[in-house]
Design a protein around this ligand. Structure first.
Ligand SMILES: *Cc1c(COP(=O)(O)O)cnc(C)c1O
Length: 460
C-alpha cells in the first residue's frame, strides 16, 4: 500500500546521497573513473525475479554509480557547454518530481502552468523579446529548434498557399533553408526531423559569424516568391561569437523569410547590460531557441522554445481533442511544445530566476564571461599556446603548435582529472575548448585550471 512511510526511507536515502555528491563534487577527479561497459555489471545481470525494498534500491543505485559520474558540477569542468545547478533550481526540480504533475493542460495543473507562464514572461523580458512571444519548455535547444523551425515551415508554406497540416510536405513548394557555415549541428538535425533536408550554407568570417554580404548574395539567387527559412546563431560553440543580427534579419525579412536564432547559450548575453551589444537586433527574429540547463544552471534537462507569434506556435504544436480540457483563451503548455504529457520543466527556471533576480542573472553571465577571459589570458602565457578566438563571451579555443601536441595535451589534461576541457576541431586545426558555463567556477578554479594546462604542456 502506498502510504507516506513507503516514500520516507527512499527519499531520506536519496537526499543523503545527493548531499554526499554535492559536498564532494568540487574535490573529485572531474573525469569518470569507470566505463559504462564496466558499470553495466553492477546495474545489469538478469532482471530481479521479485520486489526489493525501495530504500535499498536507492542505495544500490548510488553505489553502482560510484566512479561513473562525471563531475559536471565541478568548477573545473569546462567541457562542451554544460552548466551547473543553482540550489533553488535543484530544490524546485525535486518538488516537480514529488508533485508529479502532468503539466500539459492549464486547468488540470494550474499551479505549475502558472509558474511556467511567469518564468516564460521573465525570460522574454530578460532576452528583450517582443512581449507577446510564446514560450514552451522543452528538453533542450535541439527541440527548441524543432519548435521554431516547425512553426516557421508551416508559416512560410501557408503564405505560399500550402497547408502542411492538411496536405503534408509531399508536393509542397520547396523551402530554401539558409544557415551560417558554423551553425550548430543540431540545426541540421531539427531540419531533418522536419523533412527539410540539407540546408544551404552561407559563408562565415574568422570568428564563425555569418557574413551578411554572403547572405545577400545567397538570397539573391533564390527564386522570387520561394518560401525561405534563415537560421542565425547567438553564441558559436568554438568562439562564442554572435551573428550580425540586425543586417542579417533585415535582409532575410526583405525576402519574406522566417528567421530562427539558435541562442542555446548565447541568448543570455541579452540579459546583462555589459554584453547586450552582442545581441543587438536579435529581437526582430521570428523564433529563438535557448537552454536553461546551460547558462542559467538549472538541472538537466530544460530547453526554451520562443516564437514571436504565439498563435502560429499554437497552430503548429498544439493538439485539440475532445477528451482534453483545454484553455482556449490562454493556451495550454502542450500547445507550445511537441509533447502532450510533460514534466513541468519550466518550474526550476522559475526558481532559478526568482533566486537570482535581474541583477543576479546579469552577474551570473558576466561572471562566466570574466572567468573565460581570465582563463584565456592565463593559457595565452603558456609556451606554444595560441588562443584562436576573440573571447567576446564564454568560449575559449586554444591550439598548440601542431595538432599532435594539442591532442596530447588535451588527453593528458583529461586523464589527470583536475580539469575537463574537451577537444574539438576548428578551422582545420585540433583545438582545446574551454566553455565556462557553471556558476560554481571560482577565481581559484581558474587559477588551478591554468596551472593544469601549463603542467600538461610542460610534459608534452
Ligand atoms: C548545446 C547547443 C545546442 C543543442 O542544445 P541541446 O540542449 O543539447 O539540445 C544547440 N546549439 C548550440 C549553440 C549549443 O551550444
Amino acid at each position: 500500500v502506498a502510504t507516506f512511510d513507503t516514500y520516507e526511507a527512499a527519499l531520506a536515502r536519496a537526499a543523503a546521497h545527493a548531499r554526499a555528491w554535492l559536498e564532494s563534487v568540487g574535490e573529485r577527479p572531474v573525469r569518470p573513473e569507470r566505463t559504462a561497459a564496466d558499470l553495466l555489471a553492477g546495474f545489469g545481470g538478469t532482471l530481479p525475479e521479485g520486489p526489493s525494498d525501495p530504500a535499498t534500491v536507492v542505495d544500490r543505485l548510488a553505489s553502482n554509480a560510484e566512479g561513473g559520474l562525471m563531475a559536471m558540477g565541478s568548477g573545473r569542468f569546462f567541457g562542451w557547454v554544460v552548466g551547473g545547478t543553482l540550489p533553488a533550481a535543484l530544490g524546485a526540480d525535486w518538488l516537480v518530481s514529488a508533485w508529479d504533475q502532468n503539466t500539459g493542460l492549464r486547468t488540470a495543473t494550474p499551479a505549475l502552468a502558472a509558474a511556467e507562464e511567469a518564468a516564460g514572461a521573465w525570460l522574454v523580458d530578460l532576452f528583450g523579446l517582443p512581449a507577446r512571444t510564446g514560450v514552451g519548455f522543452v528538453t533542450g535547444a535541439t527541440m527548441a529548434h524543432f519548435v521554431g523551425l516547425a512553426t516557421g515551415r508551416d508559416t512560410v508554406l501557408a503564405r505560399a498557399g500550402w497547408d502542411v497540416a492538411e496536405r503534408g510536405l509531399v508536393g509542397a513548394p520547396p523551402i530554401t533553408v539558409l544557415v551560417g557555415a558554423e551553425r550548430h549541428d543540431t540545426v541540421d538535425l531539427a531540419l531533418r526531423f522536419l523533412g527539410l533536408g540539407r540546408p544551404v550554407e552561407v559563408a562565415a568570417d574568422d570568428e564563425g559569424r555569418l557574413n551578411p554580404d554572403a547572405l545577400a548574395r545567397t538570397l539573391a539567387a533564390v527564386d522570387p516568391g520561394a518560401p525561405i527559412l534563415c537560421c542565425l546563431q547567438a553564441g558559436n560553440l568554438h568562439s562564442g561569437a554572435f551573428d550580425p543580427f540586425g543586417p542579417s534579419i533585415d535582409l532575410a525579412h526583405e525576402r519574406g523569410a522566417w528567421v530562427h536564432v539558435d541562442g542555446a547559450f548565447g541568448l543570455w548575453a541579452a540579459a546583462t547590460p555589459s554584453l547586450r551589444h552582442l545581441t543587438v537586433g536579435v529581437e526582430r527574429a521570428d523564433s529563438w531557441s535557448s537552454d536553461a540547463h546551460k547558462t542559467l544552471n538549472v538541472p538537466y534537462d530544460c530547453g526554451i522554445a520562443l516564437v514571436a507569434d504565439p498563435l502560429a506556435m499554437r497552430a503548429s504544436m498544439g493538439i485539440h481533442a475532445d477528451y482534453l480540457i483545454e484553455d482556449p483563451a490562454s493556451g495550454d503548455p502542450q500547445e507550445r511544445v511537441p509533447e502532450l504529457s510533460r514534466r513541468a520543466r519550466g518550474v526550476p527556471v522559475w526558481a532559478a530566476l526568482a533566486s537570482l533576480g535581474r541583477s543576479g542573472v546579469a552577474e551570473l553571465v558576466d561572471g562566466l564571461h570574466a572567468r573565460a577571459v581570465s582563463i584565456a589570458e592565463g593559457i595565452a602565457a603558456v609556451p606554444g599556446a595560441t588562443v584562436m578566438n576573440v573571447v567576446v563571451y564564454t568560449q575559449v579555443c586554444v591550439a598548440f603548435e601542431d595538432d599532435e601536441r594539442t591532442r596530447a595535451i588535451t588527453e593528458a589534461l583529461m586523464s589527470e582529472g583536475v580539469v575537463w576541457m574537451s577537444g574539438s576541431r576548428w578551422h582545420g586545426r585540433d583545438v582545446l575548448r574551454v566553455s565556462v558555463s557553471n556558476w560554481a567556477t571560482t577565481a581559484e578554479d581558474v587559477e588551478a585550471s591554468v596551472v593544469a594546462v601549463a603542467r600538461a604542456a610542460a610534459a608534452h
